[in-house]
Ligand binder design. Sequence first.
Ligand code: GDP
Ligand code: IMO
Ligand code: MG
Length: 421
Amino acid sequence: MNFDILLGLQWGDEGKGKIVDALSPGYDIIARFQGGPNAGHSLEFNNMKHVLHLIPSGIFHPDKLNIIGNGVVIDPAVFMKEILELGPSVEELAGRLVISSRANLILPSHRILDAAYEAHKGNTKIGSTLKGIGPAYTDKTGRNGLRVGDIFNENFRALYDEHVNGHLSILKSYNFSFNIEEYEKGWFEGIELIKKFKVLNTEYLVNEMAVKGKKVLAEGAQGTMLDVDFGSYPFVTSSNTISAGACTGLGVSPKLIGEIFGIFKAYCTRVGSGPFPTELFDATGTELREKGKEFGSTTGRPRRCGWIDLPALKYSIMINGITQLFMTKADVLSGFKTIKACTSYRVDGVECHELPFSSDSAIEPVYTELKGWEEDIKDLKEYKHLPVSLINYIEFIEKHTGIPVTMISVGPDREETIFRN
Ligand code: GDP
Ligand code: IMO
Ligand code: MG
């Protein structure tokens, strides 16, 4: 099996970018399969920090091929900004990055629709990143989208105008002021930049490479609890963030899948609205946010913080068929006297292990307390040198989930990664 998947098991921001970058030397291709500029994947190496939104996290390895798959929604303006800020020249990057002709485009008017819908939502606001994700996927499934392959159509401008006019007529029924020209210049410049990259039916490329024995790593965006089907609907994103999404988002058969790496933080965070059973509103929540630098990579918003939620983690493991667990931000828990792990919920006074259907359910977490550790672990390189209490915590999670934790991340840098073997 030459096709592995790495994806987030919580509400996003689990550290996917860092780990994909660290694993990239073992792969030939790194491919994004869903989401779009709502993602913010941070990578650190050589004392530099990079945040990627649309571009796969293998981009800094010159000998790797990166693919933006058909399941991704692309905003050309964001793409251009990101490419120009990366460092290597456009020509060099064009040798490392290929874009699916079938990926749908986020139009400037999708961003405006996103903002208008959100502004009119009252207390059911999703807390969207306002990057146009929801409206772009709505047009895709409504069979009304524009795709990257369309930019080569000689009537592209007319197609664009037709789509935008449709959106403007929807916007008339919203009391929402906007200025579309402010987005359009950068958007059309981005379209011209995309033309400098290879635009292909990448499903052929991925399958041919996998058959030839090349190794592909599919990089998830967001997290399982934000999946449009299995997340805390409606407080979710608009794509399938789960392992099945890698098949539809790249055009790969489930038969090809090998390892499915599930990445989770040693605690939990969530940005945006929606249920978060283990959220802490006290000094411990603030301490997690400050020590973990928990502020959104895309929007800068403070992330909500809380203890690990094992019923949710087990649910994510089940939906994705996780074969290995990766724990990140273990270093952030150093110094906490006690660590709590939610092992079940109490819903309407009744203990339960399942995630309730309704986002309105009042869930009370049932905790097990574990001993914390004092040691700073950032410089540790071997599993056996980790503090005993951390090893106990890891083993506790393994026992509850039945899946081995094979990698522990102890800092944001690529090097601060402990593989356990
Ligand atoms: P992603 O969206 O899953 O790629 O995660 P983000 O990049 O949005 O958020 C993760 C944040 O934690 C980033 O600022 C990373 O640099 C940082 N990070 C990743 N792994 C670790 C870790 O093990 N320890 C610490 N302290 N920070 C980490
Ligand atoms: P990465 O890939 C964390 C959240 C938003 C909002 C909801 C819907 O960096 O882990 P959308 O913009 O998709 O309409 O927002 O999903 N969200 C994320 N939260 N990490 C992300 O991506 C996210 N992408 C979207 O905050 O609650
Ligand atoms: Mg992120």
